[in-house]
Write a protein that binds this ligand. Structure first.
Ligand code: OAK
Length: 839
């Protein structure tokens, strides 16, 4: 793009302003206009979807001036820019959030009401862009919101999956996956950029040659080329005028496919290959851990990384003659190892396409990237077979070998008598199948590495990247995750938003530390009443939603005890179930001493190929079925599973929780972010010392948190000493009875084998130590149940949780990234300045 020299016509003149005005009157006019000129509908035949589209276009128009002005401001200032590289963005619905960030919720509601429309009904129409699996993808979306809010020049780069995370249906208690169709009815938030395309190549071979200066070089002769086309989505800041860019890449086939047909005369074969190329961005892999050796997944990763880096290079070369200084213009964050092939790709661009020498290319590369680790689970650490890697990306494999050769030389010099250490640190895992270790590539190729909660960052340093930490201690950081208070308080919980705004003023949503103004009111009876009414209303809304989705009736007076997150053995939804069955058993035995009525709510998707996780979903439904229809227990206990946990459902769930279940085995949950969303909405946590729970407990006060369970050190010791779960089963009567009930067929219509895989796993291996933690968990649950029977005491704790969790705002997290990692400064955008020139 060449910059236009003459003053371009700008929107923002006074008549344009009326067109994009924010009053109910102008919103209404624009909405009616969009219905006609964009949706091509007249009022009487407009469907709810038409209403949504017209509303979305009305709001989008109001974002564009900010967006364009932002691009202009950043460009003129030649601003240092953060590029967030992530294979996932779990954005959730856009309309409500954009109304909030534009500050026009009330105007929009008023305008809609004038037209006889309920704004909520319009909001409910929006399918959500579920371009992520869980925590990592949602974190990326929260960070985009905070980057824009803090006026940081930033671009989010990712993949425009045609099908995001699957829709979860429940059939006879089992999860059934249904295709996500978020794009079918059109996506009003994205702007296709058909001219912004980059070639991406795969396969073929490399060959050496001598360049015009007589230097040795390598050329990649690929077999296939496709194109990545940009789709841009504006990301509004809150309370400012900055509007950043989320750029997602869509794959289309390139010319090589047509040429193949021409040469081989195989027209249908070529068309087929073309379809294959376009498959690259078809579907999100629905696992929250990598699927071993899936070729298409590696293609996806390289595809989006290559497009993104080419785009960054293009922008850089608008301001500079060559790639020197690339690392000064950009800080590129690798969201886990999924984009870590970027290290080799930037090397390739510098070396092969821009003629740089190795040392300089390596310096620029290492000063560009920073890497965030999101998991310690060994099965989730990405490695790719060298054979596959070399077949798809022969040049990149060569570059990785060269990086490794130089790195290993350095290591041998430093540790001459420690060949084992050198082998452990190699980028290549030697074994029957040689593999590329992506976490090592990311660590070696980055200037900073961070974990996502204090305890997790310590574990990164002492376990998976221990040798690297010993080599480069200064490279390692912690940045505890955060979540956006705009979506997870203001949008999800309007009553809480009203309470906070009345006390703290409207500034809290940009400065979440202001939540502390709630603290002195924690014991105030009138304030407590308002707080209880807010919780009560949120519980009623969730109860209505549950009834609609499942038919189950739940009592908003009962304690809402909620666990929503991906289903995984380490997250221990089945520990929660063991407690539920224990309560059931006590009621049946007449030995119950905790009369607190409870509603247990579960939600979460299982990876389609993860049998145990799917069996846990079935078990939740089976226990629910028995408990909910037994009149002897169902006055006291109810169990429900909310199908299809996604951002939209989550917004209704977090505000309704009394108790938040954060019960992973210590050391397994990197951070958790749901834990923060619950706590901000006044739920108390029952949890282990894992991930961000540790910091949440310190922030809210130990007396306002139900702690239980083994610590990381105790988990390690227990396993090292030869853990025998069977002994817990033998020596703990209630635990034994609970497990025996699961094995009795009571919950499986008489089939004692249905849940065998689960109970066998618990009794024989129990790798996540459910049985070891069971007694402490049940005891902590009893404390929670008792505490709930004192409404004033509980409400006080609930208020203090919300008041003290400002630290967990993603704004704080992004400030830390800016200061400690990216070294980037805010660049505020002003709509007021310099506009108004229309020819
Ligand atoms: C997904 C795929 C591969 C590796 C990690 C993930 C992932 O989602 N990890 C999660 O990231 C969240 C954000 O940092 C953390 O809060 C979760 O604890 C972690 O499991």
């Amino acid at each position: 793009g060449t910059a236009r020299k003459e003053r371009a016509p700008m929107h923002g003149s006074s008549d344009e302003r009326t067109r994009t005005g924010m009053s109910p009157e102008s919103l209404k006019r624009a909405f009616v206009d969009s219905m006609f000129y964009v949706q091509a509908r007249y009022w009487e035949v407009a469907t709810p979807h038409d209403l949504y589209m017209a509303a979305a276009y009305t709001v989008r128009d109001r974002m564009l001036e900010r967006w364009i002005r932002t691009a202009e401001t950043y460009r003129k200032a030649d601003a240092r820019t953060v590029c967030y590289l992530s294979a996932e963005y779990l954005l959730g619905p856009q309309l409500g959030n954009n109304l909030i960030n534009l500050g026009i919720v009330d105007s929009a509601r008023q305008g809609a009401r004038d037209l006889g429309i309920d704004l909520q009904e319009i909001l409910d129409q929006e399918p959500e862009p579920g371009l992520g699996n869980g925590g990592l993808g949602r974190l990326a979306a929260c960070y985009l919101d905070s980057l824009a809010t803090l006026s940081i020049p930033a671009i989010g780069y990712g993949i425009r999956y045609e099908h995001g995370i699957f829709d979860q249906k429940i059939v006879d208690g089992w999860q059934v996956e249904d295709c996500d169709l978020w794009l079918t009815n059109g996506n009003p938030w994205e702007i296709p950029r058909p001219l912004l395309r980059y070639p991406v190549r795969f396969g073929g071979h490399t060959e050496p040659y001598t360049d015009e200066h007589g230097r040795f070089r390598v050329r990649w002769v690929p077999e296939l080329d496709l194109y990545g086309m940009a789709y841009d989505t504006p990301v509004l800041g809150f309370g400012n005028d900055n509007t950043n860019l989320l750029r997602l890449w869509h794959a289309t086939a390139g010319r090589s496919f047509d040429l193949q047909a021409f040469h081989k005369g195989d027209y249908y074969g070529a068309v087929n290959a073309k379809v294959g190329a376009e498959n690259i961005t078809k579907v999100l892999y629905p696992n929250d851990e990598p699927e071993v050796g899936k070729e298409l997944r590696l293609k996806q990763q390289y595809f989006f990384v290559s497009c993104s880096l080419q785009d960054m290079v293009r922008v850089h070369l608008q301001h500079a003659p060559n790639l020197e200084g690339f690392h000064e213009r950009f800080a590129a964050q690798l969201n886990d190892t999924h984009p870590s092939i970027a290290v080799a790709e930037l090397m390739r661009l510098c070396l092969d396409e821009h003629g740089m020498d190795w040392e300089r290319a390596w310096e620029i590369t290492r000063r560009t990237f920073a890497y965030t680790n999101h998991t310690l689970l060994p099965e989730a650490l990405e490695t790719w077979p060298v054979e596959l890697f070399g077949r798809l990306l022969p040049r990149h494999l060569e570059i990785i070998y060269e990086i490794n050769a130089r790195f290993l030389d350095e290591l041998r010099m430093r540790y001459p008598f420690d060949p084992e250490r050198v082998a452990r640190m190699s980028l290549i895992e030697e074994g029957p199948v040689r593999r590329v270790r992506m976490a090592h590539l990311a660590t070696v190729g980055s200037f900073a590495v961070n974990g996502v909660a204090a305890i997790h960052s310590e574990l990164v340093k002492s376990t998976v990247l221990r040798d690297f930490h010993e080599l480069w201690p200064e490279k390692f950081h912690n940045i505890t995750n955060g979540v956006t208070p705009r979506r997870f308080i203001q949008l999800s919980n309007p009553d809480l938003c009203g309470i906070i705004t009345d006390l703290a003023g409207p500034g809290w949503a940009r400065d979440a530390e202001n939540l502390r103004t709630l603290e002195p009111h924690a014991d105030d009876a009138a304030f407590q009443q308002r707080w209880q009414a807010m919780k009560r209303a949120a519980k009623e809304r969730l109860a209505a939603r549950i009834r609609e989705a499942t038919g189950a009736v739940v009592d908003p007076q009962s304690l809402f005890d909620i666990q929503v997150k991906r289903i995984h053995e380490y997250k221990r939804q089945h520990l929660n179930l063991l407690h539920i069955v224990a309560l059931y058993h006590r009621i049946k035995q007449g030995t119950d001493s905790d009369p607190t009525p409870r509603t247990f709510v579960f939600g979460g998707k299982a990876a389609p190929g993860y049998f145990m996780a799917k069996l846990i979903i079935k078990l939740i439904h089976s226990v629910a079925e028995v408990i909910n229809r037994d009149p002897e227990v169902n006055q006291r206990l109810r169990v429900v599973f909310v199908p299809n946990f996604n951002v939209k459902n989550a917004e209704c769930i977090y505000p309704a929780a009394d108790l938040s279940e954060q019960i992973s085995t210590a050391g397994k949950e990197a951070s958790g972010t749901g834990n923060m969303k619950f706590s901000m909405n006044g739920a108390l946590t029952i949890g282990t010392l894992d991930g961000a729970n540790v910091e949440i407990r310190d922030a809210v006060g130990h007396e306002n948190f139900f702690l239980f369970g083994l610590t990381v050190a105790e988990v390690e010791r227990t396993l090292a000493e030869g853990y025998r779960p069977w002994e817990y089963y033998r020596s703990h009567d209630e635990l034994r009875e609970v497990i025996d009930l699961l094995r009795s067929g009571l919950f499986s219509h008489g089939d004692p084998d249905l849940f065998r895989p689960l109970t066998d796993s618990l009794l024989q291996h129990d790798p996540y130590l459910l049985l070891a933690d069971y007694p402490a968990y049940v005891e902590a649950q009893a404390r929670a149940g008792d505490a709930f029977r004192d409404p004033a005491g509980w409400t006080r704790m609930s208020i203090l949780n919300a008041a003290r969790t400002g630290f967990f705002s993603s704004d704080r997290a992004i400030r830390e990234y800016c200061r400690n990692i990216w070294q980037v400064e805010p660049m505020p955008v002003s709509l007021a300045a310099g506009n108004g020139s229309v020819p």
